[in-house]
Design a protein around this ligand. Sequence first.
Ligand SMILES: C[S@@+](CC[C@H](N)C(=O)[O-])C[C@H]1O[C@@H](n2cnc3c(N)ncnc32)[C@H](O)[C@@H]1O
Length: 295
Amino acid sequence: MNQYVDYERMAQVLQVSKDEARIMVETGQMPDSQPKSAQKTPFFSAQNLQIYHDDFLTSDVLPDESVDLIVTSPPYNVGIGYSTHDDAHEYRDYLALSEAWLKQAYRVSRPDGRLCVNIPLDKNKGGQQSVCADVTSIAKAIGWQYHSTIIWNEGNISRRTAWGSWMSASAPYVIAPVEVIVVLYKQHWKKRQPGMSDITRDEFMAWTNGLWTFNGESKKRVGHPAPFPRELPRRCIRLFSYVGDVILDPFMGSGTTLLEAWDNKRTGIGFDIAQEYCELAQKRLESLWQQPRLI
Ligand SMILES: C[S@@+](CC[C@H](N)C(=O)[O-])C[C@H]1O[C@@H](n2cnc3c(N)ncnc32)[C@H](O)[C@@H]1O
């Protein structure tokens, strides 16, 4: 049994029994008694891109060891949609969900496959938690190897509302206005096959400095509650994958990773549990195809 997991709540959310929830966390797969993924046919498929309207945690559409690079920003809460309720109970759920998807991601990654996970460094709403440290520990316990952590300086200081005890040492809050991209790999950091890199000298020099500064994306402009900016997957894809590699975003949302996979001549695969986001991603891709490629 895993100390982080509230199996009862996870079972409720995923609509399985408590034992089945435990099996899912331990094996990263659906128990045998459950039907396998119903969604074998992509929701959308064109130009080396595939979108699956499916639950990544339980999907078996991707074969073992088939993905070169995963770039993703997982949902904060368990379940569909985003709740504003934020307490210690939900943090346990979040860690349980992290364990389940990281196992599935491990299964589908090639031995030299890489994973870039965009998560908060920490949180203090509803109780301080070391999100980055906890998720990294869970990933390492599964077998992921640690490479580095990129600090994404979003420059979004205006979001700040909590000061704790104002101008008093009683209980002040300290919060860094940054997110992180934790970079992990399955077994071998050095790629095992030769391939073509398309990163420029200036990009390589700038992006191998692990402090990245660029603005976040507007939810309103994209039409999704938590999109990341295209710059984030663009840098990860150009720095960590070869032209033609298979790029996966298991929590695709508005499809930002797929836009960049296409623009950078990679194969892209995205999953989202919400049909409206699959439709949104398809729409964004189709409108991208009306424009000339950037490179
Ligand atoms: C933080 S958002 C990702 C946003 C994305 N990076 C973008 O730029 O639009 C997380 C997404 O994961 C989806 N999601 C949540 N649970 C899922 C699951 N089990 N399988 C697949 N997608 C899931 C949500 O619907 C949401 O769109």
